[in-house]
Design a protein around this ligand. Structure first.
Ligand code: ADP
Ligand code: MG
Length: 504
């Protein structure tokens, strides 16, 4: 395990009119499995295709069609489970969740209620350097996504697009271990980061490939600790579930307004009723979608068309041995191997492509200097350039490594290096050749620097007198020499020679 000595953040306190309240939050995250084909058919999962062009007969619920499990979807769920340090269940089974909806032609969704493929795991949710909370994962199950009803294309008709029907989802269910809106967003970010490292979900929230049902309740200080000790839910308040959130910002806003709504009810002498709610970002409120009494009776039963899913431990072990280094491990290694601060290591490991780029730059060099250049210069420049991705960086890791090597060898100053970086960024080319071709090399030849210093001293006798009386004014001469040499003189050498000549 990792050697991380973290302080858990304090739970978010929300001031009520009469007393303080704490929040308890549990998330059900739906992550679309990154695969080419659907969970039980060979139809493509490509986003943005012509409506109803990626639909197999079984997706359309044609009578007599049989589902056939896609092995890659199972492998992806196992990979995700392993990435969340969870138990993998060698035996799992699919159940039918029955309900009618136009975008669900068979009249049921195939899911895993009683025997999910992944059991208990955990996620380390980072709040700030040194501050993180462990959020326990209860389970991950595989299920089918539904299609999309379109109500805004025609005044009298609704349309349905079944391209998404049957696409594999992983539903990742957390324990109610999340204690505030920021933490909920950080939890989803961390899940997304881990799944992107694993390649199991692209994490694109805008396309709906990652979305969350957010369960919120309030309790008095101390109640959550009693729940933790006993795992008895009766210590917690009644929860409401806010459905289908696909933005980190909205998740936070919705939790905040929902908590305030519940506080007002309880402090007003009422009781929170368990129900499903929707967040309206325009109005900044949640509203009831259906109460528990109106909840569907899904009449779950084992899907008779599918055998229980039995997988081999050796197959799981194979998948485990092919897992990439994950964000927590990578961050820790960057701190140890390159001497980076936790903050810099977090920034560089936020995305696996950034981390790979940095490692190539830092190879056999000064890790801290490399981190500085990647974070401050390169990321800054990419951001200014239409928020370009690192994979589209015009400066390759090799080129940046060469620029940094020129600085450490003393061939160019840090200031000239920035000019050089800009040239390489906009025009390309070999950094060392550019330095030679454009005469950017740092002047370390003390003879040349001495000559420049002498010239300036001779031309400014009044300044010399002043500087002799006040050594702080030597800086003026240094500046003049730098100007005269186009910034190419080695600043350390200039300082020494100026000091010597002024006799200070
Ligand atoms: P259901 O199947 O009815 O949605 P689950 O037991 O699967 O119920 O719980 C759904 C989610 O609600 C889980 O993420 C769980 O952590 C969370 N949860 C349960 N109780 C509470 C509570 N009192 N406050 C906040 N979240 C809760
Ligand atoms: Mg649920």
């Amino acid at each position: 395990m990792l050697d991380l000595t973290y302080d858990a953040p304090k739970p978010k306190i929300i001031a009520g009119a009469k007393q303080d309240w704490e929040l308890v939050i549990g998330l059900e995250v739906h992550a679309q499995v990154a695969t080419n084909a659907k969970l039980f058919s060979g139809a493509s999962t490509l986003f943005g295709a012509e409506p109803n062009s990626n639909v197999a007969f079984v997706d359309a619920g044609m009578p007599g069609m049989l589902p056939v499990i896609n092995e890659e979807c199972v492998a992806q769920a196992v990979r995700t489970g392993l990435g969340l340090k969870a138990d993998i269940n060698l035996y799992s089974a699919f159940d039918r969740k029955n309900y009618f909806y136009p975008d669900l032609p068979p009249g049921y969704q195939i899911s895993q209620l009683y025997h999910p493929i992944v059991g208990e795991g955990e996620v380390l949710v980072d709040m700030a350097p040194g501050i993180a909370r462990v959020v326990r994962i209860e389970r991950i199950h595989l299920e089918q996504d539904a299609g999309k009803s379109i109500h805004d294309m025609d005044p009298t008709m609704s349309f349905v697009d079944l391209n998404r029907t049957g696409v594999a989802l992983m539903e990742i269910v957390s324990r109610p271990d999340i204690r505030g809106p920021e933490e909920a967003a950080a939890y989803v970010s961390k899940l997304r980061q881990i799944m992107r490292y694993l390649g199991t979900c692209d994490g694109n929230m805008q396309n709906g490939n990652l979305r969350a049902d957010v369960n919120v309740s309030i309790c008095q200080p101390g109640a959550y600790e009693r729940y933790q000790e006993t795992q008895d839910f009766s210590h917690l308040g009644t929860r409401c579930e806010i459905k289908n959130m696909n933005s980190l910002r909205f998740i936070q806003q919705a939790i905040d307004v929902e908590a305030k709504r519940q506080i007002a009810i309880v402090e007003g002498g009422g009781e929170v009723v368990q129900e499903t709610r929707l967040y309206d970002p325009d109005k900044g409120e949640t509203r009831s979608m259906r109460s528990k009494e109106e909840a569907h009776d899904y009449r779950y039963f084992p899907d008779p068309d599918l055998l229980p899913l039995e997988i081999e431990q050796s197959w799981v072990d194979d998948i485990a041995s092919g897992l990439p280094e994950l964000p927590d491990e990578k961050r820790l290694r960057f701190m140890e191997e390159f001497g980076l601060s936790e903050y810099d290591a977090s920034v560089l490991t936020a995305d696996v492509a950034n981390a790979a780029y940095f490692e190539e730059v830092a190879q056999a060099g000064d890790g801290k200097l490399a981190a500085n250049w990647v974070i401050n210069e390169l990321f800054g420049r990419l951001k200014k350039d239409d928020d370009k991705d690192i994979t589209d960086s015009p400066v390759s890791p090799g080129q940046l490594r060469d620029i940094i090597a020129l600085i450490t060898k003393g061939d160019i100053s840090g200031k000239i290096a920035k000019d050089l970086f800009e040239i390489v960024y906009t025009e390309g080319g070999n950094p060392a050749e550019i330095v030679d071709a454009r005469g950017m090399r740092q002047v370390t030849d003390t003879g040349a620097i001495e000559a420049a210093v002498d010239e300036i001293i001779a031309a400014n006798p009044a300044q010399v007198e002043k500087a002799k009386a006040n050594p702080k004014l030597a800086g003026w001469f240094v500046g003049q020499v730098m100007k005269a040499t186009g910034g190419k003189a080695n600043p350390k050498a200039v300082n020494e020679i100026v000091a010597k000549k002024l006799g200070s």
